[in-house]
Design a protein around this ligand. Structure first.
Ligand code: GTP
Ligand code: NA
Ligand code: MG
Length: 330
C-alpha cells in the first residue's frame, strides 16, 4: 500500500476523437493557453503532451471538491483526429491510463470517434466522454467556466435541444455496445461510461472534467497501476530535426529513469539506432512540449518527476514516432 505520493507516477490521459471535435481547444482550455490558434489550419499534426501538477488541478477544482491527489500530476496527450494518423493514435492509446473521447455535440459519432472507440474497447482502456461545443446549441447562455450543472440550470430554450442531441448520442453509443450517461446521472449498474458536456470556448464543464479525472486517479485499482516501476518504459511521440542542431525526440516515460549519458536504442526508418543521451529536457509545468520556449535541463529524470521529456542525441533524425525506446543495460 502506498503511504504517500512518492512512489506514484502521474496518470497518462490521452485526448482522442474525430477531427475538429475540439481536442486541442479543450486542452488549451484546461491549461489556459492557445496552441490551437498557432496550428497550421487548426489541424494537429503531431502529438503534444502537457503536464499539469496536482496543486494546479486541486486549485482549479476546489469549488467542486477538496479531494487531494496522491499522484504528482496529470499528463495530458493530444492526438490528431485526421484519419491518416490511425497507427500513431493506436500507439498512444496503448500507453495511456485513461482517455477522454471528445465528441462534437452538433455532429454526434463520426468515423474517427468510432475508430477511437474500437481502439479503447480493444485495449480495455477506461475513458470519459467530453460532449463538446455545448455553446453551439441554439440560444446557449454563456456561463464562463461554470460547472456544467450550474450552466444547464441557467438555460431555457437550449435545454430541449441539449436533451434531444444527448439522447441521440447515447443511442449511437449503445449501437456500438457502450452504455453511457451524463456523469451526474450515471447509475452504478454495470459498466456505464460518463458523459461530461463541455465547451472549450466558454469553459462550461471543464471543471467537471478535471473533477472526474481526479476521482478516477484516486481509485484503488488505479493507484496500483500507477505505482512506479524501475524498468524504463518509454515511447517516442515526436521527432524534431532543426538544421545545424542535434536532432531531438519528444518521449513519454511511463516508468523508469533516464540519465544524461545513458546509452539508448531507438527504432528508426534505417533500423535500430544506438546512441547516448546528450541532453534531457523538460518544458515548464503546464506548458506543452510542442510550444517552443525555455526548457529545464536535468542530469536524470524519474517517471515520478516528469513523464514528457525531450531527448537530444546524435543519430535521431530518422527515429520513428511511436517507436519504443530502450535503455541499454536494463
Ligand atoms: P484535429 O486536431 O484536427 O483533430 O482537431 P481538434 O479536435 O483538435 O479540434 P480543434 O481544437 O482544433 O477545434 C476545431 C475547431 O472547433 C476550431 O475552430 C475551434 O475553435 C472550434 N471549437 C473547439 N471547441 C469548441 C467549442 O467548445 N465550441 C465551439 N463553438 N467551437 C469549438
Ligand atoms: Na482541428
Ligand atoms: Mg487538434
Amino acid at each position: 500500500p502506498v503511504q504517500n505520493g512518492q512512489d506514484l507516477r502521474s496518470p497518462i490521459c490521452c485526448i482522442v476523437g474525430h477531427a475538429d471535435s475540439g481536442k486541442t481547444k479543450l486542452l488549451d482550455c484546461i491549461r489556459g493557453a492557445n496552441v490551437q490558434k498557432g496550428e497550421a489550419g487548426g489541424i494537429t499534426q503531431q502529438f503534444g503532451a502537457t503536464y499539469l501538477p496536482a496543486e494546479n488541478i486541486q486549485e482549479r477544482i476546489k469549488e467542486l471538491t477538496d479531494a487531494k491527489l496522491d499522484v504528482p500530476g496529470l499528463l495530458l496527450i493530444d492526438t490528431p483526429g485526421h484519419k491518416s494518423f490511425t497507427k500513431l493514435r493506436s500507439t498512444v492509446l496503448g500507453l495511456c491510463d485513461i482517455a477522454v473521447l471528445v465528441v462534437d455535440i452538433m455532429h454526434g459519432l463520426e468515423p474517427q470517434t468510432i475508430e477511437s472507440l474500437n481502439l479503447l474497447k480493444k485495449g480495455n482502456t477506461d475513458f470519459l466522454i467530453a460532449l463538446n461545443k455545448v455553446d453551439r446549441l441554439n440560444r446557449w447562455k454563456t456561463c464562463r467556466n461554470a460547472p456544467i450543472r450550474k450552466a444547464i440550470m441557467k438555460q431555457s430554450t437550449s435545454v430541449t435541444e441539449f436533451k434531444m442531441r444527448l439522447t441521440k448520442i447515447i443511442t449511437q453509443f449503445k449501437e456500438h455496445g457502450i452504455n453511457t450517461a451524463l456523469y451526474y446521472k450515471s447509475k452504478k449498474m454495470g459498466k456505464t461510461y460518463s458523459i461530461v458536456p463541455t465547451s472549450s470556448i466558454s469553459g462550461e464543464g471543464i471543471l467537471d472534467l478535471l473533477l472526474l479525472l481526479v476521482k478516477w486517479a484516486r481509485k484503488k485499482t488505479m493507484i496500483e497501476r500507477l505505482t512506479y516501476r524501475e524498468k524504463a518504459e518509454c515511447t517516442v511521440l515526436d521527432v524534431k530535426v532543426v538544421e545545424g542542431y542535434v536532432a531531438s525526440i519528444d518521449v513519454v516515460l511511463v516508468n523508469g529513469v533516464l540519465h544524461e549519458g545513458d546509452q539508448i536504442v531507438v527504432g528508426s526508418v534505417l533500423g535500430p539506432v544506438v546512441t547516448s543521451i546528450i541532453a534531457l529536457l523538460t518544458p515548464h509545468p503546464a506548458r506543452e512540449l510542442r510550444v517552443k520556449g525555455r526548457y529545464l535541463h536535468h542530469k536524470e529524470i524519474k517517471a515520478t518527476q516528469s513523464q514528457c521529456i525531450k531527448i537530444a542525441a546524435r543519430g535521431l533524425e530518422h527515429a520513428i514516432a511511436g517507436a519504443r525506446l530502450y535503455v541499454c543495460g536494463q
